[in-house]
Design a binder for this molecule. Sequence first.
Ligand SMILES: Cc1cc2nc3c(=O)[nH]c(=O)nc-3n(C[C@H](O)[C@H](O)[C@H](O)COP(=O)(O)OP(=O)(O)OC[C@H]3O[C@@H](n4cnc5c(N)ncnc54)[C@H](O)[C@@H]3O)c2cc1C
Length: 496
Amino acid sequence: MSFNVTIDTSAQAPHGPTTTKRHPSSGISVLIVGAGPVGVYTALECWRKGHNVRIVERNPAASTQGDSFTVAPQIINHITKFWPDMAEENERISEEPWISYYRFNGERVTEPAAFDFGTKNEEGVAVPEAKMRRHFRPKFLKMLISQLQRLGIEIEYGFRAVDYYETEDGQHAGAIFADGSKIEADVVVAADGIGTKSYKAITGHEVRAWSSGWATFRATVPVDCITSDAEVNERFGVLDNGHPVIQMWRSKECTMVVYRTKDVVTWGLMHKDKGLAEENWHKSVEPEQVLEIIAQSPEANELPDYAKRLIRAAPSGAIVDWSLLWRNPQPVTTSPRTGRIVQAGDAAHTFLPSSGSGVNQGIEDSIYLASCLQLAAADGAKADVKMATKVYSKLRFERVSCCQKLGLLNHERRVNIKLAADASKVKIEYGRWIWKHDPEQYVYDNYTQALDHLQHGTPFQNTNIPPGYVHKPWSVDQIMADIEEGKPVELEGDWS
Ligand SMILES: Cc1cc2nc3c(=O)[nH]c(=O)nc-3n(C[C@H](O)[C@H](O)[C@H](O)COP(=O)(O)OP(=O)(O)OC[C@H]3O[C@@H](n4cnc5c(N)ncnc54)[C@H](O)[C@@H]3O)c2cc1C
């Protein structure tokens, strides 16, 4: 078994014509490298915006790996609005978990409660569109791929990019693959995740990554693995009302999250990194290694025996030890000479799990990018791709950087005693400015001003960041030094 469970993806929507409306042809060809959630969503959105799409992936087949992530309201709402074929399936494959907090010794601190991103709108009224949706990555990805097939677009597997380039005349960009073959297009999107091969063409160097000192064990196992142990089965059960529940166990040093649905139990355990963890979804550790590391921490070792048995129930190969790495915000995501190579998703930015942003900001990238290219071609003249992708970068960077900062502070708030004293400033999970956002409309409303700003220096201020916040460059080291010196963490504006 690898870091996944065989999730039944057979109950998919049938293939057939799509009901999604396509915009007129833009004449722009787009090559997407990487068929993770962001690559596939980029292909969908580029098709919808009238671009000609080709998508390639290094793996020999669709990936069924991964556990679960939260797909935030701004993305769910986009699917519902523009991809009706997927909307019903999206409802069916997602879960609406409740949440309950525990101490590390198993004592329950809060009763399970429904969870959403912000129960009230500006008028103080509860908003159903802010519900929390948990998706299993394999099912979510399969849904996106099925939609791509409905459009008649097949992912071309077995293409491992080793480099990206721009043509001499600046009219095209391309990707070079492991077998020496090349594919060119007007725009090449590097959606090849962490470790993208596009750095050389974009920044000239890899983005530095270094250990935060923390790592997370994570595993997903079929419920059959625990049903024979009555206590484990009961302690980590589904709620009587049918909702799965996220149990959040917290101590000063560790956080454990257990999430049980009808089919699977998925758990994560944040712990001090002993130098064994990697940013690698394919390298596994054994349950006894997890328990050995837990045993070294007095707080973690408080886990009751039934929780340790949950860990032991994971079959060999089912647990990964994911290293939590720091990376500074990266403002440059397009190739400087022609703008024809563009990064999206994890290739452009990474997040700590505490930001809840990985898949969501990645899919926002897809929507912004496809819309920028659409608007660049809208006047019928040959699209100025370089300016379109520069606008994309301009509209994305500050928002992404705010989500990264939020993830960093939420993480430190949990693990850093010095920050706990200043908790009121950073006790934020997922602000309205993130989830109450319409990515397409934002591009439509701001493209021209951002373009004028880049071309003529006219004033332009992004409004997709916390209201009242003025973006200033920051670095992980600088924030950590401020925390160390006991300086308050300043978050001007409204991050709620
Ligand atoms: C196997 C796997 C399992 C994951 N599981 C989880 C999870 O359980 N929970 C979670 O929150 N996040 C998970 N993630 C990460 C999550 O999908 C991303 O953080 C987020 O969704 C952004 O997606 P992405 O498409 O940008 O990147 P990714 O999901 O990483 O997708 C990148 C894609 O590019 C392909 N690729 C990489 N290098 C090349 C290359 N040189 N040439 C061609 N193709 C290439 C990869 O095979 C992959 O399909 C997982 C990622 C992977 C790859």
